[in-house]
Write a protein that binds this ligand. Structure first.
Ligand code: PMP
Ligand code: GLN
Length: 381
């Protein structure tokens, strides 16, 4: 058993989902949507499965999907991307992250990660032989500054991993934060791996920003997306990378020995999805914002202070008013058992597990599911 994954234990998402299933609670822990997938996507997948092909597609991804990724980036973010040179299809964002870490990092390199951090990053970075170095964002402002980044830099620093919009806190890094990041990256000659799986889930007129969209950082940024989030099909595991050729090449090299390809019918369907009219993307945002408001109101009525989520499908609740002596994992378990509603604890997103005041709820659910969760929370209180 190797020391990285061997020591990792079960992921918090799996652990809380299992507890939820065992107890029949409403699972708002693990992030996955309920009944939001667009019909056109399902029809396109069925048609593609009927027609084939069923064999290994091109290693870089089918041209239709690579073109669609480039087109979607142009349409929504105004950025030209060369689909032949700058787009790679992967089996989910997780594979894209794996490819990026394995392709870009060498033994002993350091990778800065920003906490609260998605659990897979640290383990994959370690397994790539490198060392994750945390920069902590703390409630209630979760602010990233150049000073914080500078303090984490050493001669071994090679990459900074960014996640924007950010899981679990629903934050979009703003222009000032991106400028701070830019200055540090340019000063030290670093590369950014930017996990942007929630790029289309932004609310209230907020704008998704990426270092890839800054002219000075375009050639230093690996941008990662996921169809799982954009089309509410997390089980499909279709992701994509956009980066300039000198960065994409080593990542594609890793990809060819990790999964090599991604199911062609799913690629074809996601190409159709990315080309859906603006109304689909607007509807997704509006529908999620409505669900957010419903859950946030219910959480507030139940006594939680809730931080505003400007993006992603997560609401972070401050549970300081409830049993502060209990940690957030114990509280999450108790809420599951007593209220019948399951969150995930935010401490799981910190190496030291010491930020225990907050829990995360996923609001990408049917309205009826959210109404029932709110009813249960009110009854529990
Ligand atoms: N990055 C982040 C920040 C995520 O929240 C998730 C999904 N939970 C992923 C990556 C993984 O995406 P995929 O399912 O496409 O591998
Ligand atoms: N990304 C999802 C979340 O944050 C979970 C994915 C997983 O279960 N690994 O909840």
């Amino acid at each position: 058993v190797n020391s990285v994954f061997g020591a990792a234990g079960t992921s918090i998402f799996e652990e809380m989902s299992r507890l939820s299933a065992e107890t029949g609670s409403i699972n708002l822990g693990q992030g996955f949507p309920e009944a939001l997938e667009p019909e056109e996507l399902i029809e396109a997948a069925i048609a593609a499965l009927r027609e084939g092909p069923h064999q290994y597609p091109p290693m870089m991804g089918i041209p239709a999907l690579r073109k669609a990724v480039a087109e979607n980036t142009q349409r929504f973010f105004g950025q030209g991307v060369d689909w032949e040179q700058e787009v790679l299809v992967t089996s989910g964002a997780t594979e894209a992250l794996t490819d990026a870490f394995f392709g870009l990092l060498d033994t002993g390199d350091e990778a800065i990660v920003i906490e609260p951090v998605y659990d897979a990053y640290n383990l994959l970075i370690r397994r790539a032989g490198a060392v994750p170095v945390p920069v902590r964002l703390e409630p209630p402002h979760w602010q990233l500054t150049a000073d914080k980044l500078e303090a984490a830099i050493t001669p071994r620093t090679k990459i900074i991993v960014l996640n924007t919009p950010m899981n679990p806190i629903g934050k979009i890094f703003d222009d000032n934060e991106l400028v701070a990041l830019r200055d540090v990256v340019l000063k030290h000659g670093l590369t950014i791996v930017s996990d942007e799986v929630y790029e289309h889930l932004v609310f209230d007129g907020a704008r998704h920003r990426s270092p890839f969209f800054l002219p000075e950082l375009r050639d230093r940024t690996v941008r990662i997306g996921s169809a799982g989030k954009t089309f509410s099909v997390t089980g499909w595991k279709v992701g994509y990378v956009t980066a300039e050729p000198h960065l994409l090449r080593p990542i594609a090299r890793a990809h060819q020995f990790i999964t090599f390809t991604t199911p062609p019918a799913l690629q074809a369907a996601i190409a159709v999805g990315l080309a859906l009219p603006d109304s689909y993307f607007d509807g997704l945002k509006a529908g999620l914002a409505e669900r957010r408001d419903l859950l946030v109101a219910g959480l507030r009525a139940a006594g939680f202070a809730v931080d505003p989520a400007e993006a992603t499908y997560f609401a972070v609740a401050d549970r300081s008013g409830f049993a502060p002596e209990e940690d957030d994992l114990a509280f999450s378990r108790r809420l599951t058992l007593e209220a019948g509603v399951t969150p995930v604890p935010i401490s799981s997103f910190y190496g030291k597990r010491d930020v225990t005041s907050r829990i995360r709820f996923c609001f990408a659910k049917r309205t009826e599911t959210l109404n029932e969760a709110v009813r249960r929370l009110a009854a529990w209180r």
